[in-house]
Design a protein around this ligand. Structure first.
Ligand code: UDX
Length: 493
C-alpha cells in the first residue's frame, strides 16, 4: 500500500510458503485446507521438486481441485534435481531458495505481480516458515501482514529463541573455556541443567538442546541462520503453532511476551479431520514417497497393542552400525514390529543392509518392513502399541493424538527438545537420546511394550483425550483457529 493510499479491506487471500520439506509441507497443506473450509482464498507456493513428488506419490493435486478458492503455484528451489533434500542439505536449500525462489516470490506479490496490491487477487497475508527471514522485508515492502508458522515444536522453537542468552551465559554443550592464550578446554557437561531458558526451568539439560548447539563454531551457518531467525520472529504480526494450549502452556506464554497474537491451532492433522468430519469427507495424503499400504493388512493380523512402529521421518539418517544395533535390539526384544526403511535413510549403499540370516529367520512372522507407510493410518491401528520415533514434530503429535507411547531417538533440530518433553514433562514415553546399543534398545522396548505398558498407555490415553478436545468445538485450538480467521478477514492492504 503506498504511503498516501487509504487501506482497503479486500477478500482475504493468504499466500502460504512452507520450507519445502516433507514435515513442513505436510503440516502447511493441512492448514491451507482448514482455510479453504472457511472460504479464505489460498495460494500455496510449493517448489517444483516437491510438487512433482506430490503428483507422483499422491492424488493430492487433484484432491485440492474441489476447493475453487485454492491454487498451487510453484517456484524452482535452485538445487540440481538429483540433489538429496536431506537434513544436512538444509543450509544449501535455504541458500538456493534465496537466490532463485525469493526473487520470483517477491515479483509475484509486488506491484505489477499476479498477486500484487494492484492485481485482481491481491495477497492480504503471507504465512511462511519462520526460517524465511526474507518474508518480513517483503511483507513490509508491499504493506501486508506476515504470520510466521514454524512447523517445529514451540518448545523446540523457544530453545532457538533462547540461543543468544545461552551463548552469552556459556551454556551451550561445548562451552569453550580459555585456559591460556593457546589452550582451550571444552566443557561438555551434557547433563547440566540449562538455566537461561525462561519457561523451561529445570527441564532441559545441555544434551536436550537442539543438535546444532553441540558446536564449537558459533560462526557455523546453522547457528547464524537461527540467530537471524530469532531477530525476525518478533517482527511478525502473529505466530501460528501446531500445538495445543494444555500441552505447551508455559512455552506459549513466553511467546506471548514477544508477539501478542499467538494462534495454537494444533494438532493440525487432527484439527482438519475434526472439521472435515462435519462434512463427512476424507482428507488426503501429502507424502512425497509412495506409501506401501501392504502393512495395513499385516497389522490386521496382529494382536492389539502388540506391534512397535519404527520410523525416523523424512530427513533423519542412520549409519549401518546403528541400523544393526536397532535391528538386533528389536529382534531380541521379542516384540512384533513394523519398520519404515525410507530410501536413503541409511548411510552407505543399499546392498550393505542384507540382514544376517539368523536375524531374518527370527522375524519373518513378527516383523514387517516397508519403505514408506501411511503413518497416520498406522498409528491409529489398534495393533500398534508403541512408536520408536525420531520425534519429528508431526510424528510426535500424531502419536499423541492416537494415544501411542514413544521411544525417543532424536536426530536433529527440535527433536532433542521434543524427546526430553515426551520423556520427562509429558511422561508419554522413554527418551533414548545419544545412545544406540542393541542391549539398551532391547531393554527399552521391553519396558515400553511389556513392563510399564499399562502405565504409559494410560498416560497416552489421557493426553490423547486433551488433544482431541482442543480441536473439537469449544476447544482451545478450535477457538484459536476461528480467531485466526477473523483476524485474517480484517487485514487490509
Ligand atoms: C522435519 C523435522 O525432522 C522435524 O523435527 C520438524 O518438526 C519438521 O520437519 P520430519 O523429519 O519429516 O520433519 O518429521 P515429522 O515432522 O515427523 O514429519 C514426517 C511426516 O511424514 C509425518 O507427518 C508422518 O506422518 C509422515 N510419514 C513418515 C509418513 O507418512 N510415512 C512414513 O513412513 C514416515
Amino acid at each position: 500500500m503506498a504511503a498516501n493510499q487509504t487501506p482497503v479491506v479486500c477478500p482475504p487471500h493468504v499466500l502460504i510458503f512452507p520450507l519445502p520439506l516433507q514435515g513442513p509441507v505436510n503440516c502447511m497443506l493441512k492448514l491451507a485446507e482448514l482455510f479453504c473450509l472457511k472460504n479464505v482464498q489460498v495460494t500455496f507456493l510449493n517448489t517444483d521438486h516437491i510438487q512433482q513428488r506430490l503428483r507422483s506419490c499422491t492424488d493430492n493435486v487433484n484432491y485440492f481441485k474441489k476447493y475453487p478458492n485454492f491454487r498451487f503455484e510453484t517456484v524452482p528451489d535452485g538445487l540440481p534435481e538429483e540433489n538429496p533434500r536431506t537434513g544436512d542439505q538444509i543450509p544449501n536449500l535455504l541458500n538456493s531458495l534465496e537466490a532463485v525462489a525469493v526473487p520470483i516470490f517477491r515479483k509475484m506479490v509486488s506491484s505489477g505481480g499476479m498477486y500484487g496490491p494492484d492485481s485482481d487477487k491481491p495477497i492480504t497475508c503471507i504465512i511462511s516458515d519462520g526460517i524465511f527471514t526474507f518474508a518480513t522485508d517483503i511483507a513490509k515492502e508491499i504493506g501486508i501482514q506476515l504470520l510466521y508458522f514454524d512447523t517445529i515444536s514451540p518448545c523446540g522453537l523457544w530453545s532457538y529463541m533462547c540461543l543468544p542468552k545461552l551463548i552469552q551465559a556459556g551454556e551451550l554443550p561445548f562451552k569453550v573455556q580459555a585456559q591460556s592464550l593457546f589452550w582451550f578446554r571444552f566443557d561438555d557437561n551434557l547433563d547440566e541443567i540449562i538455566r537461561n531458558a525462561p519457561g523451561m526451568e529445570g527441564i532441559i539439560r545441555r544434551r536436550d538442546l537442539p543438535s546444532f548447539c553441540r558446536t564449537k563454531d558459533l560462526n557455523a551457518r546453522i547457528i547464524q541462520l537461527v540467530l537471524k531467525e530469532d531477530k525476525h520472529i518478533p517482527l511478525a504480526q502473529g505466530l501460528i503453532f501446531n500445538t495445543f494450549q494444555q500441552l505447551e502452556a508455559p512455552v506459549l506464554s513466553q511467546f506471548r511476551n514477544i508477539c501478542p497474537k499467538i494462534y495454537a491451532v494444533g494438532p493440525i492433522h487432527s484439527h482438519l479431520k475434526a472439521r472435515l468430519a462435519e462434512q463427512i469427507s476424507p482428507t488426503t495424503s501429502n507424502s512425497i514417497w509412495k506409501e506401501d499400504k501392504s502393512c495395513i493388512p499385516w497389522l490386521d493380523f496382529q494382536p492389539s497393542k502388540s506391534v512397535i512402529y519404527v520410523s525416523i521421518g523424512s530427513l533423519a539418517i542412520m549409519t549401518k552400525e546403528q541400523l544393526f544395533e536397532i535391528w538386533h535390539g528389536l529382534v531380541n526384544s521379542g516384540s512384533r514390529f513394523l519398520w519404515v526403511r525410507r530410501p536413503g535413510s541409511v548411510l552407505g549403499s543399499e546392498k550393505d543392509f542384507e540382514v544376517p540370516l539368523e536375524l531374518s529367520q527370527g522375524t519373518k512372522e513378527r516383523g514387517c518392513i516397508v519403505s514408506w507407510a501411511p503413518q497416520e493410518e498406522v498409528l491409529a491401528h489398534p495393533a500398534i502399541g508403541g512408536f520408536f520415533t525420531h520425534n519429528g514434530w508431526n510424528s510426535t503429535l500424531e502419536s499423541i493424538v492416537e494415544g501411542k507411547p514413544m521411544i525417543c531417538w532424536p536426530y536433529f533440530v527440535d527433536q532433542q527438545v521434543n524427546s526430553r518433553y515426551v520423556g520427562e514433562v509429558w511422561k508419554l514415553g522413554l527418551d533414548m537420546k545419544d545412545t544406540c546399543d542393541r542391549v539398551i534398545v532391547e531393554k527399552i522396548i521391553r519396558e515400553l511394550m511389556e513392563l510399564r505398558k499399562d502405565e504409559f498407555l494410560e498416560r497416552a490415553d489421557q493426553m490423547s483425550g486433551l488433544a482431541k478436545a482442543s480441536v473439537s468445538e469449544g476447544g482451545s485450538s478450535f477457538q484459536d483457529f476461528d480467531r485466526l480467521i477473523e483476524d485474517i478477514k480484517l487485514m487490509k492492504i
